[in-house]
Each structure stands twice: as structure tokens, then as C-alpha cells.
Design a binder for this molecule. Sequence first.
Ligand code: NCD
Length: 291
Amino acid sequence: MQHLISTSDFTKNEILELFDDAKMFLDMQSNEILKGKIIVNLFFEDSTRTRSAFEMAAKRLGAQVISLDVGRSSRSKGETIFDTIANINAMSPDAITIRHSECGLPGTLVEHVDCPIINAGDGKNEHPTQALLDLFTIYEHFEGETEGKKIAIIGDVKSSRVAGSNKKLLPTFGIDVNFVAPDCFKYENDEFKQYDNLSEIIDEVDVVMSLRTQLERHNEVYFTSLTEYAKDYCVTKDTFGDRDILLLHPGPVNRNIDISDEMLADPRNKILEQVRNGVAVRMAILKKLIK
Ligand code: NCD
């Protein structure tokens, strides 16, 4: 049985197959590929896009979804996550998607279940379905010609699971990953190139991915205000100019902190395309994992 815990769980060929399916699903109405299957969504952290995209994907494939309101679940009665999972597993779901603040937790659950586990984000570690939809968006835009393309991922890279998954995934498709961040958000020890300002590499990149400041994961205050941070790290038309660059963001966007209003209205911004692709890519992932 296959799970999706990290982007490294799928080979390049498997990802190319996923992308073929995702392309097909983009042009397709609902179908019955997973008719009779039941998927449980367990989100222990906030989510708008990821949770609804998983639900939408499952329902478009004809599956049924149980999205547990974990705030009202037995966790509040003192049950451990392992016991919760053992109980859910005893009901024989066909897959479990899980988002949790603890890094590595989805991987440890694999031993305790009889169905595929899909990591919908574990702390600041990984968010594989987001990275796969990001790559799909880039892949589609460049019509499969990703080899030699350059991306600048800007913002709170150190605490971002989206950066964590993309830095592993994108190089497998020949994409050169660069990070732009203030010192407090840079990786301490990393093999990737890190810059202080977007203007240092804007002339070389094909894609810019902006990230939200992960305040909920910080245990100290790095900036007196986000406005202070935005002076140097908000993606604006001033930095972008007229360059032919794709602008991405996993959402939720903090307007005029991560990206300016003007750039959010710019046709180079592909954020809603990412969201649309996110349903198709998750449909492909569910189809692949659920037998
Ligand atoms: C991201 C997440 O939750 O990791 N959002 C998402 O899943 N689309 C990024 C974020 O919260 O900043």
C-alpha cells in the first residue's frame, strides 16, 4: 500500500502519470472512479483551501467524505492521536488525510492503519500535495519544459512546509530553487542559494513564489510589525516590472504584506489557477492511492 507523506514518496514517472490524470480531470465533470469509497479528513490545524480541495476532489470522484471537526472530537476529552487514529481505522476508511502541527506525525501513523495516509501538512516539515500542485502549475505553464527554469521562493522559508516540500520536489524536474528571506527566516544550514532581496535575482528567475509569515510557528517576535517586514519582502510591481515571471502563493495571502494589491490583480499572478489545479492534482492522488 502506498502513502503520501513526503514529495519523495513518488518517482518522477509516477508524478508524470499523476499530471496526465490531473490534466484529464481538469477537463472532466464529476465521475464515479471512487464510488463506494469513504475518505476521512482529520485537520488538527486551520485550513480553507487544502481541506475543501480534498473534499471537492473526493466528491468529484464519487467518494464520500467525513471531515471530522477535531475541535469537538475526543482529543478534547484527553484521547491520544494514536488512539483516535486506531478508532478511525477500525471503521475501515479507504484513506485518511491528516493535517497536524507535529512534524513527522503522518509518517508515524502509517504503521497504525490499514489504508493510505495522505499528509495534508505536518508542522513546518512537509506539505506534499501543495508542492505537487505548485509543480503542476509550473509544468503546465511551461508546457512540460521545466528543465533549467529558476524559482525564487520568498518569505518565511524556514517555517514553511510548502518550502520544505518544494525544495525537494522542484529540483527533480530540473528547477533551480533559490530562497529570498531576511536572516531570521533563512535556513541555518542549507544547500540552497539564499538571498536577502528579490531584486538580487529578479532578472534570472522564471517563477516567484511568495509565502505567508508563519506567525503561529514562531516562538519569538522577529518584526515589530508585519508592515515593517513588508517594506522589503512584499512582492510589488516595483520589483517585478514588466518581466515575464509567474507569480505563485499557496494561500492564504496577507494582502500588501506578502503581495501588493497591484500584483494580486496582475495577470502574471496564477494563485487561483493553483487553487483550481489543486483539486485536479488531489483527484489524481486519490485515484492513485485508493485501491
Ligand atoms: C499553507 C499551509 O497551510 O501550509 N497553505 C495551504 O495549505 N494552502 C501555507 C500557509 O498557511 O501559509
